[in-house]
Design a protein around this ligand. Sequence first.
Ligand SMILES: Cc1cc2nc3c(=O)[nH]c(=O)nc-3n(C[C@H](O)[C@H](O)[C@H](O)COP(=O)(O)OP(=O)(O)OC[C@H]3O[C@@H](n4cnc5c(N)ncnc54)[C@H](O)[C@@H]3O)c2cc1C
Length: 1007
Amino acid sequence: MVPIDRQALNTRIVERGKELYAAIESEKPSLFQEWRWVGKTMGWLLRHEELRTDALRFIDVFPSLATPPILIDHLEEYFGSSVSLPAWLRWTLRHASCGGRLATTVLAKTVHYTMRKLGRQFIIGESANEAVQRLSRIRREGCAFSVDILGESVLSEAEAERYGTLYMDLLKALGPARKEWSPLGAEQKTNDLDWGFHPKFSVSLKPTSLYSQGRPQNFDGSVEGMVARVRPVYEKVLENGGSLCIDMESYQYKDLSLEVFKRLRAEYPAHPHLALAMQAYLLDTDRDLAQLLDWSVSHGLPICIRLVKGAYWDYEVIRARQNSWDIPVFMSKSETDAAFERQALLILKHHPTAFLACGTHNIRSIAAVMEAAKALGVPDHRYEFQVLYGMAEPIRRLLARITGRVRLYCPYGPILPGMAYLVRRLLENTANQSFLRLVFADKMDILGLLAEPSEAASERGAVAGFSGKTDRGPAKEGIHEGCQPGRFLNEPAADFTKKEERSLFAQVITVVRQEMGKVCPLFINGADRTTRDILPSLNPADPADVIALVSQAGKAEVEEAIGAAQAAFARWSKVESPVKAGYLRRAAAWMRSHRYELAAWQIGEIGKQWDQASADVAEAIDFLEYYAREMVRLDGPHALPSPPGELNQYFYEPRGVCAVIAPWNFPLAITTGMVSAAVVTGNCVVYKPSPLTPAIGRNLVEAFRAAGLPAGVFNYVPGRTEVIAEYLINHPWITTIAFTGSTQVGLRIIENAATVRPGQTTVKRVICEMGGKNAIIIDEDADLDEAVPAVLVSAFGFQGQKCSSCSRVIVLDSVYDRFIDRLIDAAQSLPVGPAHDPAFVLGPVCDHQAQTRISGYIDVAAVEGKILYSGKTPAGSNYVPITIVGDIRPEHRIAQEEIFGPVLAVMKVKTFGEALEWANSTRFALTGGVFSRSPRNLNEAKMRFQVGNLYLNRHITGAMVERQPFGGLRMSGLGTKAGGAEYLLHFMDRRVVTENTARRGFSPDLL
Ligand SMILES: Cc1cc2nc3c(=O)[nH]c(=O)nc-3n(C[C@H](O)[C@H](O)[C@H](O)COP(=O)(O)OP(=O)(O)OC[C@H]3O[C@@H](n4cnc5c(N)ncnc54)[C@H](O)[C@@H]3O)c2cc1C
């Protein structure tokens, strides 16, 4: 193949771009034609940037606004105070909001009309028959199509099956219609293929719409599930003489989609028209594409690739930033554009085995493909152009004229549920860097837009793409290892989209398994100690499986540990804060380098699923890093207002020996949080782990040992609660007790701590996090695509055994049925089984006692309310069925008592006010959530929903250190906020020193 002269190629691309532009310069896509209703709306959106977010949010909520009054309320809430609305609209809105019937009717009709028009712009039809009619028309106009079915997010297997049926119905309608269509490309009509080489219809689908349980950590299982669902649709496509394209979704499903594509392609080797969409904006795509092309050549399987830039850019950036993961997309538009050209060129170079579908509306990108194809001598039948229905009509018509090979991507489905697609398209077309906007709305100079996308950027992209790394994520190494602690950044939990992460995780679980079953000694005054009293710690999924043989401390050992801590305190309390912080950061570094092992212990000893275990370890590291920085910040002395001649200062000092009583549900994270706070503030610690998770607790010994923490500062005493717990907290030398656990135990500790015992010199302080009875409110305009999975993960994640878990869901009457139906379907789809297998989302509860207690509550639920759903449990120990119980009222026990298991009470209310009242009707106030798209209701919740941590429009578990300081009010806790800026203060006392600096009438500060 003749090497390409890139400079000459670029000159030809620019020339070609100018020609293309000149041919359509006088035209406008319908989206930007201001004499049309849709164009007017777009024009308004573009002119009023300040309202763009509200407008897109309004379009997003619109499908759930069931009645004119609700619609008017929302219009008022979103736009009532805006001066940018046209005068007539403002006037009508004002009258409608005051109850004017005529104004309400006019406004509601106008909004409905506008939304339908907007929807219709991008959606080909609402039913299969309507779609087929419109598709036939598109073919008469000389374009091919790929049809896709729109709908709500698929949250359950029932919904996935319904989606599958829709595809089958579509294919039933397309099959016969196909026979009526003449092939496109007049001269090749004989073989009944478009242009002589392509089936007459194409169907696009997203694997997650046919299989709801796809999860990166369960990679093989997810691929199997997806292939099993896509296969019958594909077979039907083939039976009817069509082709299939697998759309590309968000990054987390990228590798799954690639694998599904390869499996199907290999399964049907005689059908070369199976296509896969690939996104140029992904850093991985250079590598993925090269590998896929190699695969195709080595397997002798020709493939089709629809190359697009990618539609989820904002989502990918947000998701990566929130999780502290590497950002998977390019951060500049020109890098994406350059990658698109680079990748198109690569596919064209492979034209004997790879067919390119060029999916873009950008004239520069189109010209680049045309000129590259020409330079490489690629035959016409090895590439085509694709555009989205409703966008860029002049470009589409021009391409049809010049090349004859244009395919329209045509979504169909009911317009209202399809609004998410509409929002994505509007977001794209109104984005500042959208090619269509810049050309057709902003009238930007075309030469600038045809310029070669940044060369430097593209080279960096190619390198980053191959290495899979980006320097745009948090600069972790510098921050964690440098001498100066930098800004705190949350530690990323494992990103299971990465193959290396998944396989390493699985390997380490196997290795750690070999370590289990050994003796777990105490750790007192810097030395391991075994005792004769040994208790086994058991795997909750299999009580015959011994995780560790744990030496039990008796009173003598506790006494010894307290003595060691008291002795160490004299030295440790005087260590400089940065030095103490250094120990924490070294422990964090050790945990970071053992993060898989630490997670594996949690999977074995307490049944945390892969993602839950990994998140727990990340949180533990966060506590160490965060409190280390906090202590440096709090290091004194601190200045107080001081007039001349007087110096006022304060500083913090540690309190003495601190007892830490930790729970089993966040066995490493919460333990590390409490212990590290006590240690870094200069206290010495005696730590009693939960009897259910002593081996996990022992990991903290190893972390501090690796950090070189002096002997006696941290002592580890697992033991029988009834033998040592009260002895420990009542000991006169204990000054501070840090506890996280049930309200019942917390209150007893507080009561005990109030009693002064002989030899005691300090009033004990209790730092206490207790239970919750957390509620999520589902408002009438809630986005159920978001609310259902969020309730599911909040209520049933780790079997509902988090103090922040959702145990009540309070649903507005008008959405009750739809919400409950979807929730039950989704709950029914959750696979249950042991935690070491990533196929399972739920596992057993912590032990037999818990199982019995929760089962008792399920009996109560059946009496107080109506069991709406009771899940199946696998054979094995300690499983409790997911239980959803309806007709629950505030006075019921199920609505008041903490259950700590996968039991969800559903409460139906008439108004949002009533929902808030019911949400507040327990003695607890830990976490809470609201799903609503009403700004007024969200505001009201902020003011009136009395919980320590309120989450709006998201799940209610998984508070992040620094971002969401965690802790409850009322009977949920004493208001200390773990992971927040004030937390360390609870472990210290503040001393104020006032010095008279004047001597005989002069003061240094006046000199
Ligand atoms: C037929 C067809 C099928 C499609 N199928 C899919 C699919 O399966 N999956 C999918 O994800 N998308 C799909 N898309 C959408 C596509 O990914 C683009 O969102 C859309 O086409 C706009 O890109 P453009 O080249 O037309 O316009 P342009 O205006 O040239 O490019 C816009 C694109 O540039 C990228 N971008 C914007 N800002 C930045 C930035 N700051 N840094 C880096 N990159 C940036 C984004 O990808 C954005 O969509 C499809 C598009 C078509 C035409």
